[in-house]
Design a protein. Structure first.
Length: 279
């Protein structure tokens, strides 16, 4: 199987590259933005026509949620419109397309969390851009996998866990929102799950992949410091008290009904802190 991985330098792409590379049955081509600009339709077409991959994994995205509010046109191109020509080209060369989306495609008003086929309704630019990507893919190819995940943390780039650890070095008191609920997900676990998913061969469609067990950002922060054995005063605050440029969904729990469950996010967090050499 020949696989083209786009976005290899990102938080998830880096782990996907690590997960797929050792398998000798896979001919993996892994590219970052410098290797192929996904917004350049002609460049994408020429590359895919030449290489003829069986599967294109698009993990390239702009994911800084607050920055998206002031970069709407750029974000809509990268996270959204680029997937229209990707899907069309994949359809033309008979390749499958995998796209990573987000819990932020939902409005956050469903208390019990969201199933794969629930109605979407994003409330920030990032969520709107990812939903646009989902929509354009479904309109232009039948051979797609849309994988929604949430609250991603890992070795590459910035994430909530690293931010908390950095703040603990600079402050004695940290305020964290306690009224946003979701499922943290370790990029290493997600990539491993995606690898198994591809090797198993599931039906086309929309899937939810996260580590398990629901939490709030405040409780997640509490467990970060508990496991890391770092003493810090955490103050729970509401989203209104902790104002940010992009509005966040109140409940963004993704419910997985199609796949074997991934491990508890606290087990994953422990593994991550060991990887960081914090514990």
């Amino acid at each position: 199987m020949k696989i083209l991985l786009l976005g290899k330098n990102g938080l998830l792409g880096n782990e996907l590259n690590r997960a797929f590379s050792p398998d000798e049955s896979i001919d993996l081509i892994a590219l970052g933005h410098d290797g192929l600009d996904i917004t350049d339709e002609n460049a994408v077409y020429e590359f895919l026509k030449e290489e003829k991959p069986n599967l294109v994994i698009n993990s390239a995205a702009f994911t800084y949620v607050d920055d998206c509010e002031t970069k709407e046109n750029f974000v809509m191109d990268v996270n959204g419109h680029a997937n229209e020509h990707l899907a069309k080209i994949c359809h033309k060369i008979d390749a499958k397309l995998m796209y990573f989306s987000t819990d932020y495609v939902f409005d956050g008003e469903k208390d019990d969390g969201y199933f794969e086929n629930d109605k979407t309704g994003p409330i920030n630019v990032y969520g709107k851009s990812k939903l646009l990507g989902e929509t354009l893919i479904q309109e232009n190819t039948d051979q797609f996998y849309i994988i929604r995940t949430s609250w991603l943390f890992g070795m590459q780039g910035k994430n909530f866990v690293k931010t908390m650890l950095e703040l603990a070095n600079a402050k004695k008191t940290i305020s964290v929102v306690n009224d946003q609920i979701g499922k943290p997900t370790y990029s290493h676990d997600l990539a491993k799950n995606v690898f198994n998913f591809v090797k198993t061969g599931y039906d086309f469609g929309i899937y939810h992949m996260t580590n398990e067990r629901v939490t709030s950002w405040y409780d997640f922060a509490t467990n970060i410091f508990r496991i890391a054995k770092i003493n810090v005063d955490l103050i729970p605050v509401t989203s209104k008290e902790f104002s940010r440029p992009a509005k966040r969904p109140r409940i963004s729990t993704l419910i997985n009904t199609k796949l074997p469950p991934m491990r508890d996010h606290l087990d994953a967090l422990t593994s991550y802190l060991k990887e960081l050499k914090i514990i």
